[in-house]
Design a protein around this ligand. Structure first.
Ligand code: ADP
Length: 195
């Protein structure tokens, strides 16, 4: 199996690049943000609870997203691999993901970290807010999300660097250029697996 974590700050392009990865490598794309927004739209209890965190730019509690993620993995026993987009976002989630994959005899193959500076991130998110009307793409919430990213999520880079799995890629440039760099890194891992 090929299991890719696509990592980066809000607005770094994780979702966009995940779609390309999914098409090229035939993987199942799991976006915890999309799963949570689907729960919100369906007005489930989980969705209503999550909404309070999301509109504030805070993280939904670990046990909730970890449970949701494990359920999604279990629902896809035939998968050739997964793309984890927006998960893990805390060290506890990172450790949980390793444990869950271990239960299936699997592990993370590579962690792609998309690097984009704050000015560009804020710009992109404000534009997305105008286009898509996402309730968390407003200036105040964007600022909290960036703080949360640097305080709670960015430390995971060290966790994956220690495992020798982290690859940092510039998230600036055209979508195609960025994807070409990502595919190069993923192809290398695929080739190593075959050896
Ligand atoms: P972005 O990467 O642009 O912030 P996402 O769709 O990944 O967009 O996430 C939107 C919001 O959903 C986050 O700000 C957070 O509140 C919640 N969320 C998504 N994934 C997680 C997660 N793994 N853990 C906790 N909260 C999450």
């Amino acid at each position: 199996m090929l299991n890719v974590v696509i990592f980066g700050a809000p607005g770094s392009g994780k979702g966009t690049q995940s779609i390309h990865l999914k098409d090229k490598y035939g993987l199942i794309h799991i976006s915890t943000g999309d799963l949570l927004r689907a729960e919100m739209a369906a007005k489930t209890d989980l969705g209503k609870m999550a909404e309070n965190y999301i509109v504030e730019g805070q993280l939904v509690p670990d046990e909730v997203v970890i449970g949701m993620l494990e359920d999604t993995i279990k629902k896809n026993p035939e998968a050739k691999g997964f793309i984890f987009d927006g998960f893990p976002r805390t060290l506890a989630q990172g450790e949980a993901l390793d444990e869950i994959l271990k239960k299936f005899g699997q592990e993370i193959s590579i962690v792609i970290s998309l690097e984009v500076d704050d000015e560009e991130l804020i710009d992109r998110l404000l534009k997305r807010g105008e286009l898509m009307g996402r309730s968390d793409d407003n200036r105040e919430t964007i600022e909290s999300r960036l703080k949360v990213y640097y305080n709670q999520t960015a430390p995971l880079k060290e966790f994956y660097a220690e495992q020798g799995k982290l690859v940092e890629i510039s998230g600036k440039g055209s979508i195609e250029e960025i994807f070409a760099s990502i595919a190069e890194a993923v192809d290398k891992v695929v080739a190593e697996k075959k050896e």
